[in-house]
Design a protein around this ligand. Structure first.
Ligand code: KG4
Ligand code: ZN
Length: 339
């Protein structure tokens, strides 16, 4: 089969990203323009600012992705783009750009689900990884435990009932004064803290062993901070960060191992921004090692939002025959497995 080169575009939240991926797993370029510094001023992502910044950056990012890959649009076989879920205005920038490029160059257009992208990031550095496998998807907007039955075929075993894991990290980071973006800051602070300093609750959803709930944990941290401040006690935020992080990673690891056992799956992967968390990586690795499971995780730069993962997912959709029409639209609440 001839080589297939996909130009992929990602703009669902606060990263403007483009990538050229060859045959699904070979990343020729992976350009990411982050808006983090801009949104830090406001303590979180401001959707309208994100959309405007995407418009400013997207052409440069695509040009750089083509240059770094050493190709031109003449070498591209298809355009892949995230069309949901995400911020509608942000998604629309990538979708409009991808449609314009594909239409002008008469190229096939492949709309990609953002979470399918995150999961596919695992294929990039693991040439031996093939479905089926179990994947824990933990990002700023999603917490899903998914069986990847085949390329593009998913069975969702569990999901969060309230906050996503990344959202919990971001909210707790704000409460302990670490600011935005919370995940990486808690990860860093926790390295100096004691994970057993506080016994924060491990949320369970009665009757749904694979579902998650982080709102009780978040409230427990906030209550602790409030009562400490009323009593005039000083709080060691490194200890709070480490104890909170331990509570999250314990629950994520336990539920994943429970599902692996019940469904007899011995290949486990993690994906999404929170999958770059050092404690989660260590805890999942150790749990898999003890059970003799194979453990897969993308490099941190491929865990957080990027377009290489979208190029990888687009490739497998492309060879399955998925094609989007010129009416492709941004779908902010797109469900995994739906088109
Ligand atoms: O996947 P992602 O880049 O964007 C979404 O699709 O949501 O995930 C972003 C989330 C944020 O909540 C961020 O705080 C979290 O991932 N995150 C982390 C770490 N790096 C990013 N959470 C914990 N530890 C990290 N090192
Ligand atoms: Zn994401």
């Amino acid at each position: 089969m001839d080589d297939i080169r996909i130009l992929a575009i990602e703009s669902s939240c606060d990263e403007t990203a483009a990538s050229v991926v060859k045959n699904g797993r070979e990343v020729l370029s992976n350009v990411i323009s982050s808006q983090i510094a801009l949104h830090t001023l406001y303590g979180g992502v401001v959707p309208e600012i994100a959309s405007r910044k995407h418009i400013e950056k997207i052409d440069q990012v695509i040009t750089r992705a083509l240059e770094e890959a050493g190709v031109t649009l003449d070498d591209i076989d298809a355009v892949g783009v995230t069309y949901g879920p995400g911020l509608v205005g942000a998604l629309l920038v990538g979708v409009a750009e991808a449609k314009a490029l594909a239409y002008a160059r008469n190229l096939p257009l492949v709309g990609v689900h953002h979470i399918e992208g995150h999961i596919s990031a695992n294929y990039i550095e693991n040439p031996d990884l093939e479905p089926p496998f179990l994947c824990l998807v933990v990002s700023g907007g999603h917490t899903h435990l998914v069986i990847v039955r085949d390329y593009g075929e998913f069975e969702i075993l569990g999901r969060t009932r309230d906050d996503a894991a990344g959202e919990a990290f971001d909210k707790v980071a704000r409460a302990i004064g670490l600011g935005y973006p919370g995940g990486p800051k808690i990860d860093k602070a926790a390295k100096e803290g004691n994970p057993s300093a506080y016994d924060f609750p491990r949320g369970k959803v009665t009757g749904s062993p694979y579902d998650f709930s982080f709102s009780g944990l978040k409230s427990a941290v906030l209550n602790y901070l409030n009562s400490a401040s009323m009593k005039g006690e000083t709080v060691r935020r490194e200890d709070v960060a480490a104890s909170f992080q331990k509570a999250v990673t314990d629950v994520l690891t336990e539920h994943t191992m429970e599902a692996a056992k019940d469904y007899k799956i011995k290949k486990i992967a993690i994906a999404g921004g929170v999958a770059s968390n050092s404690a989660l990586r260590a805890s999942m690795e150790e749990a898999c090692r003890r059970r003799n499971y194979s453990f897969y995780r993308p490099s941190p730069v491929l865990c957080t939002d990027n377009a290489a993962m979208i190029g990888c997912a687009a490739y497998y959709e492309y060879i399955r025959g998925t094609r989007s029409g010129w009416d492709l639209n941004a779908v902010p609440d797109l469900k995994l497995g739906e088109r």
